[in-house]
Design a protein around this ligand. Sequence first.
Ligand SMILES: Cc1cc2nc3c(=O)[nH]c(=O)nc-3n(C[C@H](O)[C@H](O)[C@H](O)COP(=O)(O)OP(=O)(O)OC[C@H]3O[C@@H](n4cnc5c(N)ncnc54)[C@H](O)[C@@H]3O)c2cc1C
Length: 423
Amino acid sequence: MKRCEIVISGAGIAGVATAYYLSVKYGQARVVLIDKLLPMSLTTSKSGENFRDYWPQHCMASFAGRSLDLMQELADQSGDAFDMRFFGYDFVSESANREVFPSDALRASPSGLRRNCDREAIRRQYPHLAETIRQVVHIERAGSIDVYALGSLLLSRARDAGVELVCGTVDSIDQDSSGFALHLSTAGGEARVTANRLVLAAGPFVDELAGMLGIELPVESFLQRKIVIPDPDRIIPRDMPFTVFADPQTFDWSDEETELIDDDPDYQWLLDEFPGGLHVKPESNDQIKLGWAYNRASEPPKWDPRDDISFPSIVLRGASRFIPALDRYVKDRIPTPVVQYSGYYTRTRENWPLIGPLGLEGLYTVAALSGYGTMCACAAGELCADWMMGGSLPDFARNFHPDRYSDQAILAEIDGLESDGQL
Ligand SMILES: Cc1cc2nc3c(=O)[nH]c(=O)nc-3n(C[C@H](O)[C@H](O)[C@H](O)COP(=O)(O)OP(=O)(O)OC[C@H]3O[C@@H](n4cnc5c(N)ncnc54)[C@H](O)[C@@H]3O)c2cc1C
């Protein structure tokens, strides 16, 4: 049996960042981090690794902004150990008038945003974009990181500060007056870890763990994907920012295709409108990465979700709407190898995370990080540590408190949201 002060269940980027801020910011060395898998190998390894401070609500914009500040500090201290690069995001739309991404935060302070609706200028500056594009909004404070390198840096510093990593599956949890007892299956047999305080950081399985303590969390998981493929025809300029098609779209299927789809109830969703948010960016070695979080059907998470063979052609077909030359890859043959990453966006209905105390004495969570968990991990880990160690809390802390739905003012804000910011 192992006894410690704090046990964190889950060594994805959220659990690792929490261990880092507990041990390095607060000097809390008696922390055990438990994971069934290698650290950062579940959802974290599927991340597109992108970041932005462009969010619909102030709380999310401040949260992401804080995380970027923390990442910049870490990048400076570590000699850029995780390749933090600022190349911006371009949101593109076929309409010059529509707000490409409704954002109170940006209406209040639009610095860091460049909006271009000049048709000729768009043609000159972005020759790879479709002639139908009438608006490009460039976000300055955005780019990408190497998430595994960031997590490894945080984990090695946390271990240097005393944090211990245990490999095991949490099968059940008991709570009594002395704290929590976690029952594990490990390679060496059954084991037990006890602690005064427990942090649930189990990604898509966080509600399963909370359920072991009789708590239901307001989260659902949605399987989303991205692909990386070669770009042998060099269609995507190597210096193209992360480019997002802001408009929803329906596909222009041929009569023959429509008939086939109509005949198969499993594929009729292909005739529906797909949401905006499809994104493309250049990758190293003449590759490109494409993602589109269009799945709106939640499901119980699986440990090893299957790839979808139709995803590569759907995302390329959608992308050729705003980068027409990609149509070549749909019509001829998708360049191989096609590497697909499938993982869950585990999220709340308004798409704000759950960070803070959870109703039972000594129980906390850092979870529901949806499609933004790698860019916001540092601020999430810091906030969880601030709650646990009595540090001063940022303004956004109350919006992300797991019990926020019982606060009428926050509930009214949630009910009135225009956009959930999901990409
Ligand atoms: C396709 C895709 C693209 C994405 N792109 C981006 C992006 O560009 N930018 C961005 O910021 N975010 C992105 N995200 C989101 C980001 O990857 C997640 O929000 C983040 O990785 C969540 O981290 P986590 O630590 O909460 O969860 P996880 O990484 O899933 O970690 C949870 C850990 O808990 C462990 N665990 C669970 N149950 C148990 C148990 N019973 N016993 C022991 N261990 C357990 C698991 O093994 C796992 O290691 C993307 C996600 C997906 C799916």
